[in-house]
Design a protein around this ligand. Structure first.
Ligand code: 13P
Ligand code: SF4
Length: 310
């Protein structure tokens, strides 16, 4: 038996022995998506965490995803294979600075993207993901004054489709913010029949040229149901694995980013999840996500509000 196969078998054995659930985001490595019990976008991962009866959750994604699961399930052990799997977008919103911004705008409802730390969620009224942001904003009274953070590009997108004038925090994801509209238009010339799929964390010009703007799950769903044969995929390239698996006869072209020197269409944090680390996490029941109890209690309310409203 080769090394990878024995690793996979060890993971399955430990998962069964310990009643663990292995969850993975679409941006993780193929070998992680292959062994996961559940793969989803941020919203689906939060929902699944809220309803599972597993004793241990292994969250193969990034830190805020583990934190959200822990806040929803404080009695479960939530493991992340590598605690260094952070998120540049979550890091672009310092809790103290965000708290000052909120204080400067009394009377505003604070809506935060799920890509935030527990401390930011704790000063938030409603959490959203890219999968439900539009629906949740639409459910608020039209004259409600709203602060939206931290993703500026997603905020601009929601403002454009809802007609709101939400106050936006200037945060961004280092992967999505770097895609170049010129490069996508060049690709489109080479593949004139291809449809352009764009994650709303990308800049406004990309949202405007897109055939579909949506969360990772929404882009997958669109590709599954649509009748084109080629797609230019403007989001983290890990999603191509699930797209290709679902649509065997279609061609998915990963979007190149601005900088040809680096693999800018990959999230290095997501790629920190490896089979070796998943096996070690299950074996050692570590590294574990711990959230300060007071912060967790405050952060739970806006997450629950999101789950009720979406
Ligand atoms: P989704 O909610 O669309 O899965 O996006 C999560 C994310 O981190 C995007 O960069
Ligand atoms: Fe965060 Fe961007 Fe990575 Fe998504 S792709 S987890 S927003 S750094």
């Amino acid at each position: 038996m080769d090394e990878l196969q024995s690793l996979r078998e060890e993971i399955m054995r430990l998962r069964n022995e310990k009643n663990a659930l292995i969850m993975a985001h679409y941006y993780t490595r193929e070998e992680i998506q292959e062994i996961a019990d559940f793969i989803g976008d941020s919203l689906a991962l939060a929902r699944k965490a809220a309803e599972t009866d597993a004793d241990i959750i292994v969250m193969c994604g990034v830190h805020f995803m583990g934190e959200t699961a822990k806040i929803l399930c404080p009695d479960k052990k939530v493991l992340v294979p590598d605690l260094d799997a952070g998120c540049s977008l979550a890091d672009s919103c310092n809790p103290d600075e965000f708290a000052r911004f909120v204080e400067q705008h009394p009377g505003y409802t604070v809506v935060s993207y799920v890509n935030t730390s527990a401390a930011v969620k704790a000063i938030t009224d409603i959490v959203v993901t890219s999968g439900n942001a539009r629906k949740i904003i639409d459910s608020l009274p039209e004259d409600e004054k709203i602060i939206f953070g931290p993703d500026h590009n997603l905020g601009e997108y929601i403002n454009s489709v809802t007609g709101r004038k939400m106050l936006l925090w200037p945060g961004a994801c280092h992967v999505h913010d770097r895609f170049s509209v010129e490069k996508i238009l060049e690709l489109k010339k080479e593949h004139p029949g291809a449809k352009i799929l764009v994650h709303p964390e990308c800049r406004r010009p990309l949202q405007i040229i897109a055939d579909k703007v949506g969360s990772t799950a929404a882009l997958l769903d669109f590709a599954r149901k649509d009748d084109a044969l080629e797609y230019i995929v403007v989001t983290e390239s890990g999603i191509l694995f699930e797209m290709q698996k679902n649509c065997k006869d279609k061609k998915f072209i990963p979007a190149p980013a601005m900088d040809s020197e680096c693999q800018c269409n990959q999230c290095e944090y997501m790629k920190l999840n490896t089979l070796h680390k998943v096996a070690a996490a299950l074996r050692d029941e570590s590294p574990e996500i711990i959230v300060d109890k007071e912060i967790a209690a405050k952060a739970l309310r806006p997450i629950e509000r999101m789950l009720q409203l979406s």
